[in-house]
Design a protein around this ligand. Structure first.
Ligand code: PAD
Ligand code: ZN
Length: 361
């Protein structure tokens, strides 16, 4: 028997989201039912609402979540009822060509629940990133549940499930930031600030935050930025070069997802440097770059999906670093809100008033 819960649903492009009844099936083989304790509002949820990701409405939004496993289906051995878990959108298959080559963080065939959650009238829902966690309970593949130390606060833990991991991993896993590097991060929302934190954790010495909002730049300093540039008033390419001996940064992380800022990232990096695109573009965007510069400057232009993370490896480690006082992840939580406040949280995000609003249940 399906259970009835309240969830935040996006019914059509640009329409305000609604709290409505959602039916969640009992977990089948390989699935887990999770009682959500907290779920962050990520810019990717707003992309879904605005039609930037696809047209598979209605969407059940929310994907940065932590909670307690309530029930599991047959053949589930990795988690059990009562486990405190962070939900992930990379439950690796172990069988695809990436997994078989020993690179499971690129898995091309990640798992989600097989059964569909639905609206009360039976209309199937598309859960955001295969999760759908702005709901009291959600159904996922058991591999989407990563067990971590329950000593961490759920509203902080949930953020590791997307934005924190994406940004931190963009710097550390994808960008390969290491001791002594210079790093620039363009766009200092939750994802960009996590990249700053990752750069600091990895031992970067010059860490430059770029944004168009002075408040964001002030917050960026708390996450490890040694220098800040407001790109409304200062040319960021010039500014980054000036702060790096005239050369550009070793690693530049673009955490917005726009062609113009990507281009600036490209020119703000040192010869043989790395550009990491973690911001998500929309389907209409095009990029034009001088091919001779792409060749002549060497280095690497990389994209970072989910910070190239392996949840089973990375989530418990980040939780442990946080509990050890070495990763101040609680600073990402600007406010806790109720399930009815997601639309207002989108507005606050667009106005730059918050890093993360987190829905608590
Ligand atoms: P956010 O809206 O909180 O932050 C964006 C920041 O960029 C804000 O601080 C803005 O002020 C700043 N900004 C906007 N335009 C400019 C500009 N022209 N120059 C400088 N700064 C600017 O978003 P977020 O941090 O939640 O997410 C950032 C992106 O990362 C977004 O595109 C989201 O979809 C993406 C994302 N990617 C992954 C992944 O796996 N690749 C995961 C999660 C989120
Ligand atoms: Zn996200």
């Amino acid at each position: 028997m399906a259970i009835s819960v309240q969830g935040v649903v996006s019914r059509g492009k640009g329409e305000p989201v609604q709290v409505t009844e959602v039916l969640v099936p009992e977990p089948g083989p390989g699935e887990a039912l999770v009682r959500i304790q907290a779920c962050g509002v990520c810019h990717t949820d707003l992309h879904y609402k605005m039609g930037g990701i696809g047209d598979d409405y209605p969407y059940l939004l929310g994907h940065e979540a932590a909670g307690i496993v309530e029930a599991v289906g047959d053949n589930v051995t990795d988690v059990a009822p009562g486990d405190f878990v962070i939900l992930n959108w990379r439950a690796v298959c172990g069988q695809c060509r990436a997994c078989k080559r020993g690179r499971p963080w690129y898995c091309f065939n990640t798992h989600n629940a097989k059964q569909k959650m639905t609206l009360a009238d039976g209309t199937p829902l598309s859960p955001a990133l295969g999760i759908g966690a702005f709901a009291e309970k959600t159904l996922v593949a058991s591999g989407q549940c990563t067990k971590v130390n329950p000593a961490i606060a759920p509203e902080t833990a949930g953020l590791i499930g997307c934005g924190v991991m994406a940004g931190l991993g963009a710097a550390i896993n994808t960008g390969g930031v290491t001791r002594g590097d210079s790093v620039a991060v363009i766009g200092c929302g939750g994802v960009g600030d996590a990249a700053l934190l990752g750069a600091r954790l990895a031992g970067a010495t010059t860490i430059i935050a770029v944004d168009i909002d002075d408040k964001k730049l002030e917050w960026a300093r708390e996450f490890g930025a040694t220098h800040t540039i407001n790109s409304r008033t200062t040319d960021m390419v010039e500014g980054i070069r000036e702060l790096t001996g005239g050369f550009g940064a070793d690693v530049v992380v673009e955490a917005i997802g726009r062609p113009e800022t990507y281009k600036q990232a490209f020119f703000a990096r040192d010869l043989a440097g790395v550009v990491v695109l973690v911001g998500v573009p929309t389907p209409d965007m095009q990029l034009e770059l001088p091919l001779l510069e792409v060749f002549g400057r060497g280095g690497a232009l990389k994209s970072s999906w989910y910070g190239d993370c392996l949840p089973s490896r990375d989530f418990p480690m980040l939780v442990d670093l946080h509990l050890d006082g070495r990763l101040p992840l609680e600073k990402f939580v600007s406010e806790t809100i109720g399930i009815g406040d997601v639309e207002a949280a989108f507005t606050k995000m667009e106005h730059g008033e918050v890093l993360r609003s987190v829905v608590v249940f």
